[in-house]
Design a protein around this ligand. Structure first.
Ligand SMILES: [Zn+2]
Length: 312
């Protein structure tokens, strides 16, 4: 089984002959159609030693059930599924049945691979209390920022502004229906909002979590608004307690797995299309070099790995 493994020191390599995983009673063997690359996780994985322990990364998976353990009742061989577990950078992945969702007919494999990161956008918007007709802003439109943008629009936000340093990601935000996009490096974003008659938005989603982006979020917020922190860089940042007199609420979003089934349903009903942000689909052979390139993620939006190509 061709599999991309973590080789240490931030490097990945292709192992052409990994053994096929053995199934326990409640396991499902999934033939991987696509696996999303969660680029922002890469640093985190390396920093915590996670990659060394897990070795095969990739957790945003779609595919077809190849085999099942004796105790599996949720899916059958041949079912189309989305799966959430490590090990997706491979031709096959073993997953416990609790971490598999069968796909409705009109959900494509491309969409299904992105249903779990979309759930983070859904959770952010639901927990933020965004209401129909509100104005919102997103700081940082990598994949999670773009899914949050899509969720805010689906939830009835009147206007959604975007602040993003990467041109490719600003373009993606425009395609996803942002009201206006700004480059915080060259533009005074709160000033630009004022010029449009916006004294501050109701909710700001900080999907960058980089140094200074919380301050930037507060600056775009109206008095009493809500700031939702979604991106985490893991680096300490300075906080001025006066910010809290401006923000009515500052909150963080933990994991969103419980909204994953809803994410699949919203895709099936045509409410949100996470596949609209796919920028590139690559092979397992291309993946090791790609992981290097992703250390500078600015040019990339959402990348999928396709282990089989036409042979799937
Ligand atoms: Zn992810």
């Amino acid at each position: 089984v061709r599999t991309v493994v973590y080789a240490g020191n931030g490097r990945f390599s292709l192992d052409p002959e990994m053994p096929l995983p053995k199934l326990d009673e409640h396991d499902v063997l999934v033939k991987v159609r696509y696996c999303g690359i969660c680029g922002s996780d890469l640093h985190h994985f390396q920093a915590t030693g996670y990659a060394e322990r897990i070795r095969v990364l990739g957790h945003e998976i779609s595919g077809r059930v190849e085999d099942i353990g004796r105790g599996v009742g949720k899916v059958e061989r041949g079912d189309r599924v989305t799966a959430l577990c490590d090990g997706g950078y491979s031709e096959y992945v073993k997953v416990i049945q609790d971490d598999v969702i069968p796909l409705p007919d009109h959900v494509t494999y491309e969409q299904a691979a992105l249903s779990e990161p979309l759930a983070i956008g859904l959770r952010s918007v639901r927990d933020s209390g965004l209401r129909l007709g509100d104005k919102a802003a997103i700081v940082g439109t990598g994949p999670i920022g773009l899914y949050t943008l899509a969720a805010a629009k689906a939830a009835g936000a009147l206007e959604v502004y975007v602040s993003e340093i990467s041109p490719a990601r600003r373009e993606a935000a425009k395609r996803m229906g942002a009201t206006a996009v700004f480059d915080p490096k060259s533009q005074d974003v709160p000033g630009e909002l004022k010029r449009r008659g916006v004294e501050g938005v109701d909710v700001v989603y900080d999907c960058a979590g980089a140094r200074g982006t919380l301050k930037q979020s507060i600056d775009m917020l109206k008095r009493g608004g809500t700031v939702v922190v979604i991106g985490l860089s893991g680096k300490p940042d300075e906080i001025d307690t006066r910010w809290f007199f401006r923000a009515g609420k500052v909150m963080a979003i933990p994991a969103a797995k419980e909204l994953w089934p809803m994410s699949v349903e919203l895709i099936a009903k045509g409410k949100i299309d996470p596949a609209a942000i796919i920028s590139n689909i690559i092979t397992l052979e291309e993946l090791p070099d790609y992981m290097q390139a992703l250390q500078k993620p600015d040019a990339h939006v959402q990348v999928l790995v396709d282990p089989w190509g036409k042979r799937f």
